[in-house]
Each structure stands twice: as structure tokens, then as C-alpha cells.
Design a protein around this ligand. Structure first.
Ligand code: GLN
Length: 447
């Protein structure tokens, strides 16, 4: 693609994004001055609004950062720019990435373009929905407990949560630092773009020590490496049993598609699955409460309004939404002297059990398969007043975050995803599996 063609494409996407009713962007970019050559030349990208993009507003969908401009690029962002991507804008999301529906955004929910009246998933709601709507070709979200896989499944796009520590978190605003990382998404059929995004963003970064031993992915070169007859998948039967009939049916159809092509499938129960959700929420609350200490009203918020420090803190907290405040309170309790051994330490040991069970299963197979979300997207507003029912939707995505292994989702129905987990650094093999489905003519929409 010539540079002028790329710029014309960008202008037309920008026009469409301005006219869209989908609420998938909080801030749109200006026209790019130049488009660098590179493996992702001309790819129009949405960036979740919790990544710093130099000179652009970064709100994390919170009123507290409504007028904040990022002074530098997140590492993932600068690497995508150098690879040739054009950033269309900053995507809508749940406030500080807290949520599974997009409804916790201070800017209103992003809408699901495939299923009117239904949530787009979260927290990377606008990222998935803008791809599904055809505004962006691909997007960079973040996944702490499913925030890329959930909206990818609900909007029928592909998404990958990479191995923890493989992609730098520098410039990504923390929700829970031991669980999360940047995570790419792309339209169904665009596995090559997903592969190239991973190749661009992965690898060591001196600004994030968790990447010190990381290696770059080689996903583009290995995109055709899925060999069905040499592949074994363990299917988590008790995960499927938690799902609606519609989700279980779509999932089984995808599993038969693999089996018919020679993949060996074994059904197993995962006994630690019931521990995953409480462990995730307790640890995430704790880390989030700590990360949010910086929002004390002095560094961010309505500075200079003549407040005393105590008033500034109260003012700052008043700018945060109810879910964010709930999590700060719970995290403070869990890590208090009172809550520590009852909740925090037990959550750490539950995390170990989940991780150990997944690791041992992965010694016997190439992939673990389960549905991505237990049910199709719920109606807007349906779970907004019941946080626990919202949390329940994350049951199948949080295990991968607890153990740091990669997990990807591909569409198996409208609003439904198949989730594949692989061993540490198996990111490329997940993309190759997605590509195999595409190459073999997988139709996720029923005719
Ligand atoms: N839905 C989960 C939560 O609310 C996951 C969030 C995420 O991955 N950022 O915490």
C-alpha cells in the first residue's frame, strides 16, 4: 500500500468513526503526517484508553483523568507505530479496566455492533466493537482477567492474551500488575495481522523488568505450523457444563471441526476451576487498591482548586465510579491485618493450585480448550446493579491470568468464542490454531 493510499484509507475510517453511533472511541486522532513502512504498514488501529499515546488524551474512561494528556508513548504503542500502524483513536472501556461489559465507562457503554441492545463485553469494549464495526482493522487492549477475550468473544473477533511478561506493560495504567498485559485483537480472518502485532510488541523492554527474560514471538513465520494429526487438545468438561446450551453447542461444533481433521481430543475435569474466580477477585482487588493510591487528588484530578490534601483526596474519590470505589475498599480490607491471612494468603495459595493444575495438564497436551464466556452477551443494564453476577462471567477467562499462560479466543458463533490455552510462550501456536480454522474454511456464522 502506498503512503498516500494509507492516508486516504485512514481519512475515510476517521469519517466513519466520527459518524458512528457505537460509542467505541473516547478520543479520535488527527490525520497522521506520515505512515512508516513496516510489517503493519497501513493497519488502522484502535488503542484502549489505558495506554499512553504521546500528546493524546488518556482517560481510562474515568472522570478523574478527563483532561489528562499522556506525555509519552507506551512501549507497545511506540512499537506498533514503528511497525507502520496508524492510530485511529483511543477506545472506550470500563473505567480503569474494571468490568466485563463496558458499562462502567464514565462515557457510556460501547455498543455491540452484532447484537443490538446487548453489551459489547469488557473491559476492552470499544476495542473489540470498533474492530467488529469495521472502523479499526485491529486493536490493542489489555487483559487482566479476560478483558480482551471477553469482548472479542462477544463481538466475534479474535483476541490473544499473551504469556505474562512477554509484552511490556510500560505506559499501560495498572489494574492488577501481576495478572495483566497488553493484548492484541483483530477481525476474524486477520490472524496474520494479530501475528505481526505480537511480533512487533513482544520482547524485552528495559522499562518493564518482568520482560527481562522475554523473547520476541515469531508468529508470522509460524502461522502455518498447526499440524492437526500431531495435536492433542484437553477439553475442560466442567467448564463446558457451566455454559448455556447455546454456548456449549457452538463450542462442541468447533471441537468436532478439529476432531474431524485429526486432532485428538480428551475430556477432563479441572478440579481447581472453582477456586479461580475468588482467587482472581481477591488478588486483583488488593493490587488495584495499591495501584490506585496515586489518585490521591494531588497528582491527578482537579488540582489547584484550593483544596486541602484531605479535601483533594475526597474530591478525587468522588470522581471515581462505584465499581472502582468498591474495588479500592475491598482491596484495602483484604490486605489489612484483619483480612490478610483469611483472604489474601488463601487467594495466593488458590492461585498456585490453579496454576499447577493447568501446568500439569499442559504437559500432556498442546492446548486446553474451553468456551471463552459461559453465556452469550447479556442485555445492557441487566447486570449493572449486581456486581457478583457480572464477576461470574469471568469464570473461564481468569485461570490463564492466574497462571500467566497465553490464551486466545476465536469466534464460534455470534457473540460466542472458543478459548485455547497453551503453555508458557505458546503464543504463536495459539495464533497458528486460529489460522488453521480459517484456512480450513471454518464458518462461525450459521447459514
Ligand atoms: N472482568 C474482569 C474484571 O472486572 C477483567 C478485567 C480485565 O481483564 N481488565 O476485573
Amino acid at each position: 500500500m502506498s503512503s498516500s493510499h494509507a492516508r486516504r484509507l485512514f481519512s475515510s475510517r476517521l469519517r466513519n468513526a466520527r459518524m458512528s453511533q457505537g460509542n467505541t472511541f473516547i478520543t479520535l486522532s488527527d490525520e497522521p503526517a506520515e505512515v512508516p513502512e513496516g510489517p503493519l504498514h497501513g493497519v488502522v488501529l484502535g488503542i484502549k484508553d489505558n495506554f499512553a499515546v504521546e500528546g493524546m488524551r488518556m482517560t481510562c474512561a474515568s472522570r478523574i483523568l478527563d483532561s489528562y494528556t499522556a506525555p509519552f508513548d507506551a512501549t507497545a504503542v511506540s512499537r506498533l507505530k514503528s511497525a507502520g500502524c496508524m492510530i485511529l483513536g483511543k477506545n472506550n472501556m470500563d473505567e480503569f479496566a474494571c468490568g466485563s461489559s463496558g458499562e462502567n465507562s464514565a462515557y457510556g457503554p460501547a455498543l455491540n455492533p452484532l447484537l443490538p441492545g446487548r453489551v459489547a463485553g469488557g473491559s476492552s469494549s470499544g476495542s473489540a466493537a470498533s474492530v467488529a464495526e469495521g472502523l479499526a482493522d485491529a486493536a490493542m487492549g489489555s487483559d487482566t482477567g479476560g478483558s480482551v477475550r471477553c469482548p472479542s468473544a462477544y463481538c466475534s473477533v479474535i483476541g490473544l492474551k499473551p504469556t505474562y511478561g512477554r509484552v511490556s506493560r510500560y505506559g499501560l495504567v495498572d489494574l492488577s500488575m501481576s495478572l495483566e498485559g497488553p493484548a492484541p485483537m483483530a477481525a476474524w480472518g486477520a490472524e496474520l495481522t494479530l501475528a505481526r502485532m505480537m511480533d512487533a510488541v513482544s520482547g524485552p523492554d528495559a522499562r518493564d523488568q518482568t520482560t527481562a527474560f522475554s523473547t520476541r514471538t515469531d508468529a508470522e513465520r509460524r502461522i502455518d505450523s498447526f499440524e492437526p494429526r500431531a495435536t492433542k487438545v484437553i477439553l475442560v468438561q466442567n467448564a463446558v457444563e457451566q455454559c448455556s446450551a447455546e454456548v456449549a453447542g457452538a463450542f462442541e461444533r468447533a471441537i468436532s471441526f478439529l476432531a474431524e481433521r485429526g486432532v485428538s481430543i480428551e475430556r477432563r475435569r479441572m478440579s481447581s476451576l472453582r477456586l479461580a474466580l475468588p482467587a482472581y477477585y481477591l488478588l486483583m482487588y488488593s493490587e488495584f487498591a495499591s495501584a490506585m493510591q496515586r489518585f490521591d487528588g494531588l497528582k491527578y484530578g482537579r488540582r489547584g482548586a484550593g483544596f486541602t490534601p484531605a479535601e483533594a483526596m475526597a474530591d478525587a474519590r468522588s470522581l471515581l465510579g462505584p465499581e472502582v470505589r468498591r474495588r479500592i475498599l475491598l482491596g484495602t480490607y483484604v490486605t489489612s491485618r484483619e483480612g490478610w491471612s483469611t483472604w489474601y494468603e488463601r487467594a495466593l495459595s488458590a492461585r498456585e493450585q490453579v496454576s499447577a493444575e493447568l501446568t500439569s495438564m499442559l504437559q500432556e497436551c498442546d492446548y486446553i480448550a474451553m468456551p471463552t464466556m459461559p453465556a452469550a452477551p447479556f442485555a445492557l443494564g441487566e447486570r449493572a446493579s449486581d456486581p457478583v453476577s457480572m464477576y461470574a462471567a469471568d469464570i473461564l477467562t481468569v485461570p490463564a491470568n492466574l497462571s500467566g499462560i497465553p490464551a486466545g479466543t476465536l469466534p464460534v458463533g455470534t457473540g460466542t468464542g472458543l478459548q485455547l490455552l497453551a503453555g508458557r510462550n505458546g503464543d504463536e501456536s495459539i495464533i497458528a490454531a486460529m489460522h488453521f480454522f480459517n484456512r480450513e474454511g471454518w464458518k462461525w456464522r450459521r447459514e
